[in-house]
Design a protein. Structure first.
Lengths: 451, 220
């Protein structure tokens, strides 16, 4: 029987005390792992989620971060509006036309936000979102957004041309001062759900929803626009999984939604408002050119999500570090628990130690056995702690995805977790040094005489 | 086998020096089985601890099998004890978290750095515990626990068997049987036996009986 096996047997003999001590280490390690997992996965996912969002053009007066949180992560309400003319200007696809944005822009997709359904954001857009998103040419190797694939059903139909026509309709309506409820064509009462939204809401193709406007007591369901779910997207691992996508035409037909905010009746389709335009740029410096151009404009700003996210994580990183420091303190306290657990049981184990010495155990063997007990506590507690953290992330994956805006993978084991387990084992072993020394110094003759 | 000269161990109590054990001279031949007798507190157990190398005397020498015990380093003395001594305590002192078999194997491990399970089984069978090998001490009777302790003490075929009141907690009949077993096994493995006891019957059963008080010029 090896010394480590003897140490393990000793721990089993004092099952309650050992379990409680292991639990202390487990909690500390689980906390560290959980913070690491959520922070690193969130950062990775946040950066990854910017794929396909080369530039977001949104209302002037908004910060880049607010705009990105709204348009990319669907985590914040829209902070204002931009005009249809900006969208039309960006929606150019002639790469050879040097007079337009066509030479830089691969596609531009409009979004209008404002409604929600049971906490999930409703994103009004055109069908180009489904048709062009993720369909980057093969020459674009990096930062390709995930392809939008349907788990069930398919997209709704509402094209760019439909949007142009609807903008004209809304402008004419504004000019005529018509404030009556608008009819919503049945073809527009179609909804596509992100994977997480569908799962959390328990909805599938064939079900129907009524988007809601406002929050809390002012929440108003647009029953006039109850729409049928026609498709559910496959899981993307991005904030889009939380989205509920509707035709942008539907957005303008809902009561409480003014397509044009201006009081003046002298308006055109270009005055119709939307929340943001998501732009995918051709490879090269297009996104920087776009950003630079919008710096001097007053109608809208252009944010580069990748840059905004890096700025965000410079702030969040400090908070994560502070939380990490607390977690390490918890681990040190847990190690102190290992020390106390071993030291306090020294009196009851002195007799056993004396017997072992009388049958030939050397001092260093007694030292090793006691140190091995501390190491076992550290190792088992840390290993279970890492597993517990992953289990927590697995169990609360959907809740975390809703609260962080990005899905966190429970299976994302990192090499540093192995180092954490080894580190905690070493820490516990250090905590066991004094008890081990005391054990090895036991006065055998005194104890054996106390018969 | 054992040669003790001018041995003295003292301790201080309430500022006064108290002699715990004094032996001017004692020799025990190889294979001999002797009893050390004397009233409680006369230093019998202290003598046993010194002979086993667990307690260091203030002066004097103890030679076992030709080796001066206290000329050895503590580590070497530990190895010497593990390889050549067997020890039976008054309360048998089995490790409660280990089975009878494991208790015996531990003695093998500390003596040789490895265990020999078949020999341990054989030995336990020899002392009549073939059905109890996988029982823990609390699941064994006093007599069975003592037999495990005897098996543990003799599993490495020690040259010297030290027994500290091994029948102290038994009725006279059981004590007689236990002592007979201990003696016969000691003879079987060729061990010299040093028994400490205050039980006259046990002492009389040994080959030689020595009163500790008679071993020194001064009164204990």
């Amino acid at each position: 029987m090896k010394l480590f096996a003897m140490a393990w047997r000793n721990l089993r003999q004092r099952a309650l005390s050992s379990t409680l001590t292991i639990l202390g280490v487990l909690l500390g390690t689980a906390l560290v792992t959980f913070l690491w997992l959520v922070a690193s996965e969130a950062e990775r996912k946040y950066v990854q989620s910017t794929s396909g969002f080369d530039v977001v053009v949104g209302p002037n007066g908004t910060s880049s971060l607010d705009l990105v949180l709204n348009a990319v992560y669907l985590a914040k309400p829209a902070q204002g509006v931009i005009e249809f003319r900006t969208y039309r200007e960006l929606h150019q696809d002639d790469a050879k036309d040097r007079k337009t944005w066509g030479r830089y822009v691969r596609y531009a997709i409009p979004f209008a936000y404002g409604d929600s359904f049971h906490g999930f954001p409703v994103c009004a857009t055109t069908d180009e979102f489904f048709l062009k998103w993720g369909n980057a040419p093969e020459t674009v190797k990096e930062d390709r957004p995930p392809e939008l694939r349907f788990a069930t059903g398919g997209p709704f139909t509402f094209s760019h041309e439909d949007y142009l026509a609807e903008a004209e309709v809304q402008a004419a309506r504004h000019r005529s001062g018509d404030t009556r409820e608008q009819e919503v064509p049945p073809a527009w009462r179609k909804v596509v759900l992100g994977a997480l939204a569908a799962r959390q809401l328990g909805l599938g193709v064939g079900d129907s929803i009524a988007p809601a406007h406002g929050t809390g007591s002012s929440l108003h369901f647009h029953e006039e626009a109850r729409s049928e779910v026609v498709g559910v997207l496959e899981e993307l691992g991005s904030p889009l999984d939380r989205g509920i996508f509707v035709p942008v035409g539907l957005h303008y037909r809902l009561s409480d939604h003014a397509a044009i905010g201006k009081a003046s009746v002298d308006v055109t389709a270009d005055d119709v408002e939307l929340s943001a335009v998501v732009v995918s740029c051709r490879p090269g410096i297009g996104f920087m050119q776009l950003r630079k151009a919008f710096m001097t404009r007053t109608d809208a700003i252009a944010a580069v999500p990748r840059i905004a996210v890096q700025e965000l994580f410079q702030v969040v990183g400090n908070i994560a570090e502070a939380l990490g420091a607390i977690a390490w303190i918890v681990l040190v306290v847990a190690s102190l628990g290992v020390f106390l657990a071993l030291y306090n049981t020294m009196v009851e184990r002195e007799r056993d130690i004396a017997i072992l010495r009388s049958i030939g155990a050397r001092r260093f063997q007694i030292f090793t056995i006691t140190l091995a007990e501390a190491a076992w506590i550290g190792f088992v507690g840390a290993a279970l702690g890492v597993l517990a953290a992953h289990a927590c992330v697995y169990l609360f994956a959907d809740g975390l995805a809703v609260s962080t805006g990005v899905p966190i993978r429970a299976s994302a084991f990192a090499m540093r977790e192995v180092w954490l387990v080894l580190g905690v084992t070493a820490l516990a072993s250090i905590a066991g040094l004094i008890p081990a020394w005391r054990a090895s110094s036991t006065d055998v003759a005194r104890l054996l005489s106390a018969n | 086998m054992i040669e003790i000269k001018n041995l003295e161990k003292t301790y201080t109590r309430a500022g006064e020096r108290v002699v715990a054990c004094r032996v001017d001279a004692l020799e025990v031949a190889a294979g001999e089985q002797i009893a050390i007798v004397g009233p409680s507190g006369c230093g019998k157990t202290t003598l046993l601890h010194i002979v086993s190398g667990l307690l260091i005397p203030d002066r004097g020498s103890v030679r076992v099998d030709g080796q001066d015990l206290f000329a050895l380093s503590e580590r070497a003395r530990d190895r010497f004890r593990a390889a050549r001594f067997g020890y039976v305590h008054q309360t048998f002192d089995l490790l409660s978290g280990f089975t009878a078999l494991e208790n015996v194997e531990l003695a093998q491990y500390f003596a040789a750095g490895r265990t020999d399970r078949s020999r341990a089984r054989e030995f336990l069978t020899h002392v009549g515990l073939e059905e109890r090998m996988h029982h823990r001490p609390r699941e064994l009777s006093i007599g069975q626990q003592q037999r495990v302790a005897i098996a543990r003490a003799l599993i490495n075929s020690p040259k010297l068997l030290l027994a500290d009141e091994p029948t102290g907690s038994q009725d006279p009949d059981s004590a007689k049987r236990s002592l007979a077993l201990l003696r016969s096994l000691a003879t079987e493995v060729g061990a010299t036996m040093l028994l400490v006891t205050h039980d006259p019957a046990s002492a009389d059963a040994m080959e030689r009986k020595v009163d500790l008080r008679a071993l020194s010029g001064a009164a204990q």
